[in-house]
Design a protein around this ligand. Structure first.
Ligand code: PLP
Length: 454
């Protein structure tokens, strides 16, 4: 029987995260204070984030950062995650390519996001913090943080965009089951929320508004820290456990990936699977291709500009040097909620600029077609976000079919779609539509990048 899954024992759970900043040929540009345009230091982030996460954000020296033992112990309840050879998918495509996927959907939260949530909760806990807070749109990050907070004995308050709160009751119940308090945003519990509700009492909420509420709560509550599930350097760092394990598992297969693929929201699962392999491109002359798969309706890497921009819609955060379609960008309400983000993380943006990363974009019906084929061949129903990585993998595998090349493709299955079945229902009923952006629309948003709100 041909070997299908590659597993590692608990002793192989990584003991260190890989910090690509230490070996980047060109270091990322500094993060700026929007008022003074001066570079920020780690201490400037202490009021908002835990001290250790703030330090990791700026660490360009240490290539390897130890994973605290209590975090490793929590990783052990779902890591190491399996690496699977997708024989049935290969067969259905008739491709000579060898397709492997790293299955991050096996975490209790159902996605890779727990890899960073556990680290962020732990670092908050050990500095004496009692409460963590965040915002959530689709609810995946909120669910991961709710679980991590429970594990480390923290109270967790999540601001959930009111429209999602009402439309996605199961994600809300997941967070509540793990013991978190969920507040639909805008709410009357913060100044920011009151301001929004004063203008429009029926406001359905936005991610930007929810961020403002969560940051206000963190700043105004003693012993409360804010957390973020993507984009930031420390989040990408924590996700490298994915690629470090995959590196060992690929060794077991006797192959090395020619192409590594992941879907792209802010870049955390992409960084996680890609950076440990990219290390060998930078240091050892390997020629692996790294492809980020993003939605056509939110195309920061394929169509965006490299410029300074805010990390949030409201323009409250520091300025980040990023590929962005502008912080005022209003993406269409595609089902892959986790990919509706206007910018790419700072590290990835620099690596993209330096030619280490390629990007491709996909319309959502194409991604669901790929997701359904994957479900019918490999069995797992993928998250709508992960469907983008699968669509990209299929495209590359079909190119191999044309050329007869037996390439090795590795992609990250970032999460399962079992709480997203209403989206599959729409696709199967033929009711899903695609959203096209005109060049003019895009240019308008991009020109607003980095501009201060009055
Ligand atoms: C949040 C999420 C993403 C997108 O975030 P990244 O930081 O770009 O990885 C992708 N897949 C799943 C399942 C998610 O929950």
């Amino acid at each position: 029987m041909k070997q299908k899954k590659y597993l590692l024992p608990d002793s192989e759970i990584p003991k260190q995260w890989f910090n690509i900043q230490a070996i980047m040929p060109n270091k990322p540009l500094p993060i700026l204070n929007p008022a003074t345009r001066e570079p920020l230091r780690a201490e400037d982030l202490f009021p908002i984030f835990s001290e250790e996460c703030s330090r990791q954000e700026f660490d360009r020296e240490n290539e390897w950062i130890p994973i605290p033992e209590p975090v490793r112990r929590q990783y052990a309840s779902y890591r190491c995650t399996p690496l699977i050879r997708a024989y049935e998918l290969e067969e259905a495509l008739g491709t000579p390519a060898h397709i492997y996927y790293k299955n991050e959907s096996v975490s209790p939260a159902g996605s890779h996001k727990l890899n960073s949530a556990l680290a962020q909760a732990y670092y908050a806990k050990i500095q004496g913090v009692t409460n963590v807070t965040t915002e959530t749109g689709a609810g995946q990050w909120g669910g991961a943080l709710a679980y991590a907070a429970k594990k480390f004995g923290l109270e967790c308050a999540v601001y959930m965009v009111k429209a999602s709160y009402n439309q996605k009751p199961y994600r809300r119940s997941i967070m509540q089951t793990y013991g978190s308090a969920i507040t639909p945003s805008p709410s009357m519990s913060t100044r920011a929320g009151k301001d929004i509700l004063t203008i429009n009492p029926n406001d359905h909420g936005t991610l930007g508004g929810a961020i403002s509420e969560a940051i206000e709560l963190a700043l105004s509550t003693p012993n409360c820290k804010y957390t973020l599930g993507s984009v930031l350097n420390h989040v990408c760092l924590h996700q490298t456990v994915i690629g470090l394990e995959a590196e060992k598992q690929m060794e077991m297969t006797g192959e090395y990936p020619d192409i590594v693929i992941a879907c792209f929201g802010g870049g955390s699962n992409f960084s996680g699977i890609a950076f440990p392999f990219m290390r060998h491109n930078i240091l050892n002359g390997k020629k692996t291709r790294f492809i980020a798969a993003e939605p056509s309706s939110c195309p920061k890497l394929t169509c965006g500009n490299f410029t300074y921009d805010f990390a949030d819609e409201a323009g409250l955060t520091p300025l980040l040097p990023m590929f962005t379609v502008g912080h005022g960008f209003k993406p269409a309400s595609i089902h892959a909620g986790g990919l509706r983000y206007h910018g790419a993380g700072v590290i990835i943006s620099q690596l993209m600029k330096d030619g280490y990363i390629e990007a491709q974009d996909f319309v959502q019906t194409e991604t669901f077609e790929a997701g359904v084929l994957f479900a019918r061949t490999e069995g797992i129903i993928p998250a709508p976000e992960s469907c983008h990585a699968i669509a990209c993998t299929i495209k590359e595998a079909l190119k191999c079919k044309e050329t007869g090349e037996e390439k090795t493709i590795l992609f990250n299955l970032s999460g399962h779609g079992l709480v997203d079945m209403s989206a599959y229902d729409m696709y199967l009923a033929g009711e899903m539509r695609d959203y096209a952006l005109s060049d003019e629309e895009l240019a308008g948003y991009i020109s607003e990048a980095g501009k201060l709100k009055k």
